[in-house]
Design a protein around this ligand. Structure first.
Ligand SMILES: *Cc1c(COP(=O)(O)O)cnc(C)c1O
Length: 359
């Protein structure tokens, strides 16, 4: 077996102990004689899995009792429509535009409601998180939407904006569980699982109870939060294997010492990489210092002709998927929770060597 360090932005690395546990339990889950994949979602064993997944997530994220946790499908992209369809009243919302995913969220919401862009960092190619001018917040807005971590651009909100009585909705796909957050500041948090939680196909929604049960008439049953909330995410067949792996990942985070410990490790990993980039005189981070993501680290080499060579040689060294997003170029190292410190050390080592050979 030859496991590589996979810097993919998503689907991304999973913790090795989780994969080993899955392998161990694959053919005969807890004496049932079957795999979790083959098991009824209404069976006792699966009920235990989904209950435990929710309990552990609540514990590690410190989710208040007046919030529901939903396990749904459709990816974060489906939430771009689900949110307005569920909570539109005045049919308008405020959006902070911090990059490609924010834009997609706005484009989808526009089909149902009026979208107001109250702040944007597009003027500088989304290389920073813009200030929100409080006077621009519409007190009549149904919600304010932010993308907490911008996977493609490599920025993160270091402070969660205060939106007063207007619910704050966050796409947290690429930084959920990477750092401690105060859930009570949000109305809705949603995240596709494939970055920091588990396999693609599972989407997590954390929603304040008062935002459930007010969906528009045209909201499809499967997008209505009430459907999933009332049925314990078992209205129809949930992505059972994804929920099972998510449960194992939540257990793993707890074993690491919880989100706080994982955050410290993430800060260490990101610092190692950013510090080297800063002092290298060869690599460059396009991101403003106060907005740098702990999860997705884009960097460039002044001579763009070297990009392909860098990526190819990195791969030969067991460092995979370092190509930057096509809209940004250069390189991007995604260093989610499951990326060990050793992977980042090896990357920095390789970067030093590559610099010596190509400067
Ligand atoms: C990956 C990603 C998405 C898209 O997620 P899907 O689950 O593929 O729909 C949306 N927003 C952010 C911030 C992402 O990183």
């Amino acid at each position: 077996m030859n496991r590589v360090f996979n810097f993919s932005a998503g689907p991304a690395m999973l913790p090795l102990p989780v994969l080993e546990k899955v392998q161990e339990e694959l053919l005969d889950y807890k004496g049932s004689g079957m795999s979790v994949m083959e098991m009824s979602h209404r069976s006792g064993l699966f009920t235990d899995i989904i209950t435990s997944a929710e309990d552990t997530l609540r514990e590690i994220m410190n989710i208040p009792d007046n919030y529901k946790v939903l396990f749904v499908q459709g990816g974060a992209s489906q939430q771009f429509a689900a949110v307005p369809l569920n909570i539109m009243k005045n049919k308008k919302a405020d959006f902070v535009n911090t990059g490609s995913w924010s834009k997609k969220a706005m484009k989808e919401a526009k089909k149902y409601i009026e979208v107001n862009e109250i702040a944007s960092s597009e003027d500088k190619n989304f290389t920073y998180i813009p200030e929100i001018d409080a006077s621009k917040l519409d007190p009549q807005a149904d919600y304010v939407h932010i993308t907490t971590n911008n996977t493609i651009e490599g920025t993160v909100f270091k402070e969660i904006p205060d939106t007063g009585n207007v619910p704050l909705v966050a796409d947290m796909s690429s930084n959920i569980l990477s750092e401690e957050i105060d859930v009570s500041k949000f109305g809705i948090i949603y995240a596709g699982a494939q970055k920091n939680i588990g396999p693609a196909g599972l989407t997590i929604v954390i929603i304040r109870e008062d935002l459930i049960g007010r969906a528009a008439d045209i909201c499809p049953t499967m997008l209505d939060y009430k459907t999933h909330s009332e049925s314990g995410s078992l209205y129809n067949t949930p992505p059972t294997f994804g929920v099972y792996i998510a449960k194992l990942v939540f257990d793993w985070i707890k074993e690491q010492g919880g989100v706080k410990a994982v955050q410290q490790q993430n800060e260490k990993k990101a610092a190692l990489l950013y510090d080297y980039i800063t002092m290298s005189d060869f690599y460059h981070s396009p991101i403003q210092e106060d907005s740098r993501s702990l999860m997705n680290v884009p960097f460039t080499i002044p001579n763009r002709d070297l990009d392909a060579k860098f990526i190819e040689e990195a791969k030969k060294n067991g460092l995979e998927t370092l190509k930057g997003h096509r809209s940004v170029g250069g390189m991007r190292a995604s260093i989610y929770n499951a990326m060990p410190l050793e992977g980042v050390e090896k990357l920095v080592q390789f970067m030093k060597q590559f610099k010596e050979e190509n400067k």
